[in-house]
Design a protein around this ligand. Structure first.
Ligand code: SF4
Length: 252
């Protein structure tokens, strides 16, 4: 029971990346209370992340734990929304996180009619991403931080369980993508990279704003199309080391 007299439900907010997969394993291994796992789907994760969700679903089934996918109510993906508004996600305003992650998840929790203890997969080396829930009926829990588990510890836990290590999750055109992530996308999913180029160049804010503004803060003049040429020439431009990652809600 919560302080407000409501029953409490324990929910893991899943992001599809290393940290939340490791947290899922840890919770199950330690027999911590876990009523369900939820994933807020923007519709624009990379194919590897969607494939890993099937592995996750199978794993959870063994323990009888439901895996619940939550989508924005209008059913549009983040890409479709950006196309229609002629914008791309803003690293400053974070409307994509708010509209496609935070609000759908909190709306779902509200529909449960319980207090929710929400497990979040933030590793100890990302402790600065911890924050309290804005909702009075949700309490955020950070077991990886409590146990001082780093990202490397999370990888080791997944490997020890005999599961593949997931690729970094997150929307394929996330403005927080590092140069390395853009290069991986360019090489592994050129069609998705091209879709990001189209989105960037069709934005009403382009070229004043670009999807790479976070990684090239000092020399803010690199378009994705230019980045592709540099990758094609075998160049790997250095990233801004102060680049911030996608926020806690995105769980990447
Ligand atoms: S992964 Fe990036 S683009 Fe997707 S919701 Fe999070 S901040 Fe927005």
């Amino acid at each position: 029971m919560s302080a407000a007299g409501l029953p409490t439900r324990h929910v893991l907010s899943y992001g599809g990346g290393v940290n939340t997969v490791a947290l899922m394993l840890l919770l199950i291994r330690n027999q911590e209370p876990l009523d369900e796992v939820v994933f807020a789907d923007t519709g624009v994760e990379v194919p590897e992340t969607y494939a890993y969700m099937e592995i996750t679903r199978d794993y959870l089934e063994r323990y009888g734990i439901p895996f619940h996918i939550i989508r924005k109510r209008n059913g549009k993906t983040l890409y479709e929304t950006c196309e229609a508004r002629r914008v791309f996600p803003s690293a400053i305003w974070r409307w994509s996180t708010r509209d496609f992650k935070v609000h759908p998840i909190l709306g779902y929790y509200r529909s449960l009619g319980t207090h929710v203890n929400q497990y979040l997969g933030i590793a100890h080396d990302e402790i600065w991403r911890m924050k309290d829930s804005p909702s009075p009926y949700v309490t955020n829990l950070y077991p990886l931080i409590d146990k001082k588990m780093t990202r490397a510890d999370c990888v080791a836990l997944i490997e020890a369980e005999g599961l593949p290590v997931p690729v970094k999750s997150g929307c394929f055109f996330c403005p927080f993508n590092s140069i390395g992530r853009w290069k991986w996308l360019y090489e592994t999913h050129p069609e998705l990279f091209q879709k990001a180029v189209v989105l960037e160049e069709q934005s009403k804010h382009f070229p004043a704003q670009r999807l790479t503004d976070q990684v090239f803060r000092e020399k803010a003049s690199v378009k994705l199309r230019d980045l592709a040429s540099r990758f094609a020439d075998g160049e790997l431009p250095s990233s801004d080391p102060s680049l911030s990652a996608c926020g806690g809600e995105c769980m990447t």
